[in-house]
Design a protein around this ligand. Structure first.
Ligand code: XMP
Ligand code: MG
Length: 187
């Protein structure tokens, strides 16, 4: 329940489903990274911010290693809903990642352009290892193959909002993931 209710045409993933999936992903990562000493989570702002907050705590609850949190902001989208393919760094890492195990915390892999660029960037900064946890993926939208080790949900090729994902900077606080009513786009 919220101001946004009338704008949501359809809920794709409920709050409960999100919570269960985040915890499942955290358990997998906790198992795979059991023997790793120190792990750096790199959140891709702003879309992955809710996921970062929930995932990092779920990872600790699942017995995962100690983590440090880093944030990067890149832009491949303007105000609209289609990828420009041009990635720009808005906010870079605050520190050196050389020799560190890095996990990229992504909200959604759409064309794959942003992530593919980001992986090359992190590797060029000499990370010891780089894996990706993406909460959502749109298999039908992929333009470049990109290795995503952990995926939460494969979703249809439609624009979604909620749980960090926005349309024109709104709807990030929506606690579930859904599709907007078409009227919203013509306002
Ligand atoms: P690419 O196409 O480079 O895009 O894989 C990845 C980034 O684009 C944003 N994105 C979305 N944001 N609803 C959103 O609110 C969507 O359906 C959507 N699809 C892609 C997102 O920031 C992601 O990191
Ligand atoms: Mg966005």
């Amino acid at each position: 329940m919220g101001w946004y209710d009338a704008d949501i045409e359809r809920v794709i993933i409920t709050e409960d489903e999100l919570r269960a999936k985040v915890s499942e992903l955290a358990k997998q990562v906790a198992t795979d990274y059991e023997s790793v000493d120190g792990l750096l989570l790199v959140c891709v702002l702003k879309g992955a911010v809710m996921f970062m907050a929930d995932f990092s705590r779920a990872l600790a609850a699942a017995g995962g290693p100690a983590v440090e949190l880093e944030f990067m902001a890149v832009s491949s989208y303007g105000q609209g809903t289609t990828s420009s393919g041009v990635v720009r760094i808005i906010k870079d890492l605050d520190r050196d990642i050389a020799g560190k195990h890095v996990i990229v915390i992504e909200d959604i892999v759409d064309s794959g352009l942003t992530l593919s660029w980001l992986l090359r960037y992190l590797e060029s900064r000499s990370a010891k290892s780089v894996d990706v946890v993406a909460l959502f993926r749109k298999p039908d939208a992929i333009k470049v193959p990109v290795p995503v080790k952990y995926v939460g949900f494969d979703i249809p090729n439609e624009f979604v909002v909620g749980y960090g994902l926005d349309y024109s900077e709104r709807y990030r606080e929506v606690p579930f993931v859904g599709i907007l009513h078409p009227d919203v786009y013509s306002r």
